[in-house]
Design a protein around this ligand. Sequence first.
Ligand code: CA
Ligand code: CA
Ligand code: CA
Length: 613
Amino acid sequence: MRGFLSIILVFLFILSGVSVVDTVASNDDIHSLISISTPAIIQHDYSTSIKLLDVNTYTITPGAPKLPVVTKTWIFPWGTKISNIRCNPLYMEQRRLLKPIETTPPLPSINNDRFIQPVNLDKGFFPKNWFDFTTGVGLDENGKHVLFLTLKLYPIRYNIGFNSIEYSTRFDITIDYQYSNYRFPSDSYDHFDLLIITPNCFKSTLIPLQEHKNNYGVPTLIKTTEGIYQEYQGRDEAEKIKYCIKDMIETYGIKYVLLVGDICKLPIRQTDAYPWSGYHGNGILSDLYYADIYDSDYKFCSWDANNNGVFGEVDYSGFPPKPEDNIDDVDLYPDVYIGRIPCSTSSELSIIVNKIITYEDVTFDQIWFQKIILVGGDTFPLSKFAPPFVYEGEITNQKVAQQLPGFEQIRLWTSKHNLNAVTFNYAVSKGAGFLSYAGHGFEHGWGTYRPNAILDHNLIFYFTPYLNFLHNQNRLPVVFFDACLTAKLDFNLTDLKDYFKWKTPILNLFLRASPSDLLPPFAWCFLKKEDGGGIAVIGATRPAYTYVDKYGVYAGAGYLDVHFFKGYHEGVKVGEMLVSAQNDYINYVGKDYFTLEEFILIGDPSLQVGGYP
Ligand SMILES: [Ca+2]
Ligand SMILES: [Ca+2]
Ligand SMILES: [Ca+2]
């Protein structure tokens, strides 16, 4: 039996660089005295930057001072209620700056034709307060249902009218909380791990996968959408599916949910968390909707708290969104590991089912698995008025590589002059456990720039038809496309017209699509390729932004990319890697609804990465 007292305080200090002087735990409060190093004030030719020893998290408000943020996350057992948080500076000092303070730039979409624009700052201090906090209910690294409390401490604040900073090196933090004796409903059940939700037409194709999963100790249950729509209440089909997932978690202890079917066969939720409405779609398509079951009151998280039928509304008058900008009380922390096979036919599904079974059977201990292919270039070159000699894709690739120290790195970089469609296919065909691409993306491929490119249309491209020349057979990578649009599940002829204009009818001689047909986006084509391609692919359903400079990766797609690979360890399931990245993102960067909702897993969330022994 789990001892109640032994789990009274489970806390995790997420960031180094702070020393906890004193922590007293009791049943109802946490008391911490935090010491922070004195800020380093660095004078450049035209600006001043502020750094803290060992702190690499910064404010990300475009146009506002770039200031260090100290982030701490506490993890509490299911049922805990936070009643009050206090955080007070103990000593304050002020310093006048000689030169203007460095600011966060406008954050560009990866395809660089939209920006998250600078905000207008009011007089007074930035940030306004010494701290912010967020709470949410999700899964810890062991898959337990827990409450997260993240405190963001701003030990240095900028005084806008006076070009000065105010800072403190000591903070007194108190968190008051209560326990309920309420245990997670499914704690005493353990009947099924994987729930597959599918329209009836695909059910028989999934039986071999169910048997395979059962054989590997992942008991699997299949439910049909037709049955769910009869059995469950909800305002629409998507909500009925979400209530079914909640019920299955609480009845059988379901951990993984595999959605089967394209968005016509199994609906996806469209949310209003998109700051660039009308640009490659209105709203974001997100399967995270189905994974975020509980809010921080342990209630069903409808993603439509104001009940107006518009889901996941976010007020983007400022960036990043504040708690009050989260109009529909979206919790965002996933409570189950989710993925989708967006197949339109049984023959497509059958290819994936066979790939998953073979992958889990044969990959273990294969030498090819111990490799990662890193693909990138100069995402924002001179032609985009970006600073020279900063190759954002390659910088992101390097950060990814640092997360997988035991893996051989295959670097396909425009700065090494070794990236093109042929070298890409050659590297993938030789086999690798992982592939991370950081650069521009489209519904039908990817493209990136040579170093310091001055011509805007001169990209190195890779298009979907080139997949025909991939020959990696069973050597299948887990892929992250840190790029726009590769998983745009509502891709259709209208999107293609935006790129190919008058040539679209010629292209359509091959595609034979009608305007209402769904076309398969690149990430999906990568997964469904027979005798090769990938085994699980993360991609974005809309354009994405990334925030990378020569020192690091701070937010957006690149941050999720790096932390996805950080989530790898032997025996991990691919859905767990994504949730670990999502948790890191919320805990370190914040509730960036846009990025977190648009990146989805195309594949089986219960996939055993590296195969079973
Ligand atoms: Ca709403
Ligand atoms: Ca949640
Ligand atoms: Ca650049």
